[in-house]
Unconditional design. Structure first.
Length: 428
């Protein structure tokens, strides 16, 4: 029987996070698929997207106003003869060429006429019949966007590994892509453990607790770009637990919840150790979530071996996280540690975890020694972001977490933080 790491590998938050990031950086997505653009939000792009034409494709008026020759406005006010009107979508033959002393009314998005080198905003003009009087000179930039100024034909606009949000989808639409090649979603096994845990479609006995962790994890997996596969709840009994872990190792990633504390029936690590697991950490100096476990099982030992010409880390090992079973701990440790591995398996370019800052509304007191991620409520308006702790009863308090919208991050060396101080915040 393989033993657990002795002494337990309890790392600082930062060291634990860096280890996860190092492994994530070596992981790749399994395969690619073509998806309708309307279904691409949140998916990870698996191809380069290049400009299929110049952006803009013609010299585009950026304002409603009058197309003019800048030289005609060396002195203002100036009076010019209006020779026509150019709408967005105007065909080339509808567009008059401008001579000195002439102007053409033009709309935002219309092609600028030959000869014109600026558009004077309509607010700076007054029209009298065929004449327009211009009271102010040309704005910086001239309000005409040159052909290809935003992107030259062939330029790369989006790269593989980008998460497709509305702005990236706008780019794909603008180059005429009806479908995009994206990475397949990794399948993530979710295995809740505990003799007291019952499924949510059963009515719990007085000593039982409904399985919320499988569902919160499924939602987190989906949000991070994975496909959750819920396994039956494992009892605190090694044989059945071993079977379910083996099933979980068939997937791309295994998330366990519960059974990783120091209790006599916390068997998860022991069963994983029997499978020749490598443990990278078996705890982190954080609260909630201190007993969090990260490791991997070599394929062939517990995880099924894969036949593949192209060897990838995921073909040699299956990664797992043993997340503490307290529901808030489960959710927080997923975000802090499991998310980057899942994102990497989903094809995402790895990103660093960054905290924002907000002003603390009321004093916070904690104990020294652990980095804390405490459920909190961010409020305020515009530039006045304020944050305060959600009133919670500890790591089991799901209702408090549901009302919170972020976590205040408290360093291990702070016992109290006064109201008014800027504190780091992890958004949810
Ligand atoms: P454990 O990490 O197994 O020691 O569990 C810690 C606490 O979390 C216990 O109070 C469990 O009842 C609770 N818990 C464990 N798993 C779940 C779950 N799947 N859903 C809800 N609560 C759970
Ligand atoms: Mg348990």
């Amino acid at each position: 029987m393989t033993a657990l790491p002795q002494p337990p590998l309890v790392l600082s938050f930062e060291d634990a996070r860096h280890i996860v990031e190092e492994h994530a950086a070596r992981l790749r997505a399994r395969s690619k698929e073509l998806v309708d653009l309307l279904d691409c939000r949140g998916r990870i792009l698996a191809e380069n997207i290049a400009a299929d034409r110049n952006f803009p494709p013609f010299r585009r008026a950026a304002r409603d106003g009058y197309a003019v020759l800048a030289a005609d406005l060396a002195q203002t006010p100036a009076s010019l003869t209006v020779i026509g009107e150019i709408k967005a979508g105007a065909a080339p033959e509808e567009i008059p060429a401008l001579q000195p002393g002439q102007a053409a009314a033009i709309m935002t998005g219309a092609p600028a006429p030959v000869g014109a080198d600026a558009v004077v905003m309509v607010e700076y003009t007054s029209r009298k019949g065929d004449l327009v009087e211009i009271t102010r000179g040309i704005d910086a930039g001239g309000n005409i966007v040159a052909v290809g100024a935003e992107a030259k034909r062939g330029a790369r606009l989006l790269s593989p590994g980008m998460k497709l949000d509305y702005a990236a989808i706008s780019v794909a639409a603008s180059v005429g892509r009806v479908h995009l090649l994206v990475y397949a979603k990794p399948r993530v096994a979710v295995l809740a453990t505990g003799d007291e845990i019952v499924d949510i479609d059963l009515s719990p006995g007085p000593n039982q607790i409904r399985n919320s962790n499988s569902y919160s994890l499924a939602a987190q997996v989906q949000a991070a770009g994975g496909e959750p596969v819920l396994l039956p709840v494992a009892p605190d009994e090694p044989n059945r637990l071993r079977e379910l872990i083996a099933d979980g190792l068939e997937m791309d990633l295994l998330l366990l919840a519960g059974g990783v504390s120091m209790g006599k029936y916390d068997l998860v690590e022991q069963v994983l150790a029997e499978l020749q697991s490598e443990f990278f950490f078996t705890g982190a100096q954080i609260q909630p979530g201190k007993p969090v476990v990260f490791g991997r099982v070599p394929c062939g030992a517990g995880a099924p071996a894969r036949d593949s010409s192209e060897k990838r880390v995921t073909d040699e090992f299956k990664y797992f996280f043993g997340l503490p079973g307290n529901p808030v701990s489960t959710m927080v440790t997923f975000e802090l540690f499991a998310r980057p591995v899942l994102e990497a398996l989903a094809g995402s370019t790895p990103r660093k975890l960054v905290f924002l800052h907000a002003k603390l509304k009321s004093e916070v007191r904690t104990k020294l020694g652990l980095k804390r991620f405490l459920p909190a409520i961010l409020s305020g308006e515009f530039e006045q972001a304020e944050v305060e702790l959600a009133r919670w009863q500890g790591s089991g308090d799901i209702a408090a977490l549901a009302l919170a919208n972020c976590y205040i991050v408290i360093p291990p060396d702070r016992e109290s933080i006064p109201a008014g101080e800027w504190v780091p915040v992890l958004m949810r």
